[in-house]
Every structure is written in C-alpha cells, then in structure tokens.
Design a protein around this ligand. Structure first.
Ligand SMILES: [Zn+2]
Length: 140
C-alpha cells in the first residue's frame, strides 16, 4: 500500500526532526557523561522476550529518548524522556520502569509490545575538585 509506505517515511522524517529538536545531551545536561538504557522488549505483557538492547547516550548524542516500537509499521514506541528528566532532576543514578506501546496492530485490542528498562546515569566527576581532574582523559 502506498499510503503505508508514505506514512512510514513521514515518520522517519519526524523522528529525525525530533532528534534534532532535542539538541545534544551535552547542551541540555552538561553534568552528565553518559546515560545507559538497558531495554528488554516484549511482544506483550506475557513475558516472551523479543530482544534486549543496550543504548548508550553520550554527550555528543541527541538528548532524545524515544525508543522505536519493534513492531513493523508502528509509529509510536516508548518515550523514556519524562523518566530520564525526572531522574536527572533528582540527581539520581538509576531507575527502573516499564512502558507499553499503545499502538494497535490489527487483531485484538491488547498491547502489541512493551518494554522494561533500566536507566543508569553517570555524572561528570568534575564537581569534585581533586586537582588533577583536568580534561584530556579521553577514552577508557
Ligand atoms: Zn507499537
């Protein structure tokens, strides 16, 4: 179907725009050196694991925390942004949660995919003035 195809490309453009609009992590949260999201994807809530992904967000990455739905042609997905913002506001280091995609994909009205996730935030240690915490510590 042509309509399906075009809505998919529009979605891709929207997503790219969303990432652009979000800005860089370093611009929004300069105090953060890395955010790790460990996401487990399920087809539904019944526990059959679809895949496990680890997403690393670095200072030069987009501060967009919208994970795409694993279901083909689904334009919704999971927005972890609010959870992550909340965690940063509290100065927390980790949080767990879950989200369900509200997209419907034919057949029944039940959830077609969901995720459980664990967010870990690493803050820059620059606030501690030990003296030799100069820049130039690249890599691991
Ligand atoms: Zn979906």
């Amino acid at each position: 179907m042509a309509r399906r195809h075009s809505s998919r490309s529009i979605r891709a453009i929207e997503l790219a725009k969303e990432r652009l609009d979000a800005g860089l992590l370093s611009e929004k949260f300069p105090q953060i050196s890395k955010i790790t999201i460990l996401a487990t994807y399920y087809y539904d809530r019944k526990g059959s694991v679809l895949m496990v992904r680890t997403i690393n967000v670095f200072p030069n990455s987009s501060a967009c925390f919208h994970l795409q739905c694993p279901i083909k042609d689904c334009a919704l997905g999971f927005d972890l942004g609010p959870d992550i913002m909340e965690l940063i506001r509290k100065g927390g280091k980790s949080a767990k949660g879950s989200a369900a995609c509200s997209g419907k994909d034919g057949s029944d009205a039940s959830i077609h995919s969901s995720i459980s996730y664990e967010i870990t935030i690493q803050y820059n240690s620059a606030s501690r003035s030990d003296g030799h915490a100069k820049s130039g510590s690249k890599g691991v």
